[in-house]
Design a protein around this ligand. Structure first.
Ligand code: F0G
Length: 457
């Protein structure tokens, strides 16, 4: 059979609320035209993030009832530890309440003034944790990785030449570790090839520098390797994932993505000394090493989720369903970051709204109109998020890309929900010439996209 179907049936449903355009206009005006400020109940289809938004399986809910809530040595921790160890092969598995908590611990130990952490592209919390330690976060994506319309199977790859030149220039003590984000969320959700992981590892290790994976979407990345990289089509995704982890010295993980849960994460490392330091911080900031900021039942849900995420029927459906949205948008000429990523479609707002200049925030204007037109919530990843205005001169520095991310929660929406999304984007595309830019009315000093208020021009 050619039709790829959802590999599950639905046991529990959650209603979504229909509103009129007039109601949404009021909601958006009250929210200062900021989609982070609106109540989720006012959203019909929520594509703000794929993080913590997955639907749990019956086995996960059953596991939650089995959760052992012992403070120390909980049975659920040992199940979690064993599952993570089987999948990753790492010696020390340290639970945290989510990905950024693992990052905070890792960079508290390894970061600091004068140090540099290279990455294919840092996600914003990873960058913030590196910078908060005093270190510098350097992004080294391959050049086609930053071009929305360029073709490529592995546009998430690290630029190895740029990495080598950095490693050659700096002393080893200045680079505590190097990271690879799989898939590369900040660059269109594009995967990293096994060859690139292996060669990054060889290069780092030749200079005595440990390599870590930011492994949030490791299963989606592994499945892309199976689909696209020569020599992997007959390998099980689980083995591919294991090979990915075999080249690195540790990982940070947000289980809110490929752990198929609503909360959770971990830090995993091989080195004993690093693990000991991490556990010391963990006890102070997260909790005892056998729960690390999570309930026993959360650990059960993660252990089960990590098994389910590597199921090939699931991954085939997952990657296909995101690709389906991309294909339909391509057919009607909507410009998107090519090819479709693993967890999201990124609309290219610069090409979608060429008449709106970056300082009038085309991505934000598009995200607002998708909400007004069809009740869809998306997320601007452009000059609202990354652009800067000099407070003294008023000079505006735009972001490199003006994207709108349609992140697809795991196992939550059906194909007809996605058909609706495509229709909504298509109708907004038809009337794109009528869209106007936006102006910032007030903004906080940092991470302005979360709380800034806007006005249409
Ligand atoms: N690394 C990557 C690549 C991420 O995408 C995220 C979260 C994190 C780390 C941090 O994990 O949220 O569990 O603390 N990304 C979400 C998103 C928020 O919407 O892309 P966390």
């Amino acid at each position: 059979m050619k039709t790829i179907i959802e590999p599950f049936k639905i046991k529990t449903v959650e209603p979504i609320r229909f509103t009129t355009r007039r109601e949404r206009e009021r909601v958006l005006t009250d929210a200062g035209y900021n989609l982070f400020n609106i109540h989720a109940e006012e959203v019909l289809i929520d594509l703000l993030t794929d993080s913590g938004t997955a639907a749990l399986s019956a086995q996960q809910w059953a596991g939650i009832m089995e959760g052992d809530e012992a403070y120390a040595g909980s049975r659920s921790f040992y199940r979690f530890e064993q599952t993570v160890r089987e999948i990753t092969g790492f010696r020390h598995i340290i639970p945290t309440h989510q990905g950024r908590a693992a990052e905070k611990i890792l960079f508290t130990i390894t970061g600091g003034e004068g140090r540099i952490v290279p990455n294919n592209t840092h996600f914003d919390t990873t960058r913030a944790n590196v910078e908060m330690s005093g270190a510098e976060a350097v992004d080294l994506p391959i050049s086609e990785g930053t071009l929305p319309s360029a073709p490529g199977d592995f546009k998430g790859n690290m630029d190895l030449e740029a990495l080598e030149s950095l490693l050659r220039q700096k002393e080893r003590r200045h680079i505590p570790l190097c990271m690879l984000t799989v898939t590369n969320n900040a660059n269109g959700g594009q995967p990293v090839s096994m060859e690139n992981i292996r060669r990054t590892s060889e290069l780092c290790h030749a200079y005595g520098i440990p390599l870590f994976l930011d492994a949030c979407r490791f299963a989606e990345n592994a499945y892309f390797i199976k689909l696209r990289e020569p020599g992997y089509s007959r390998r099980r995704t689980r083995e591919i994932a294991r090979e990915m982890f075999s080249y690195v010295d540790g990982c940070t993980m947000s289980a809110k993505k490929d752990g198929l849960v609503n909360i959770g994460g971990f830090l995993a490392v091989n080195e004993d000394d690093l693990a000991q330091k991490a556990r010391s911080i963990l006890v102070v900031t997260e909790g005892f090493p056998t729960y690390g900021g999570l309930a026993g039942h959360d650990l059960e849900a993660i252990a089960q989720g990590l098994e389910e995420v590597l199921d090939e029927h699931y991954l085939r459906y997952r990657i296909r369903s995101v690709n389906y949205v991309g294909e339909k948008l391509n057919q009607i000429g909507v410009p998107i970051f090519q090819p479709p990523g693993g967890h999201a479609i990124y609309l290219d707002a610069k090409a979608f709204l060429p008449h709106i200049p970056p300082h009038e925030y085309p991505g934000h204007a598009l995200a607002c109109e998708l909400y007004l037109h069809g009740g869809i919530r998306s997320c601007e990843i452009g000059s609202v998020m990354f652009g800067k205005t000099d407070p003294e001169t008023g000079a505006f520095q735009p972001a490199k890309l003006e994207l709108v991310r349609l992140a697809i929660p795991r196992r939550v929406y059906t194909q007809s929900h996605m058909d609706y999304v495509v229709e909504c984007v298509g109708e907004v595309f038809e009337k794109r010439d009528t869209l106007k830019g936006m102006r910032i009315v007030s903004e906080p000093p940092v991470l302005r996209h979360f709380t800034a208020r806007f006005e249409p021009l």
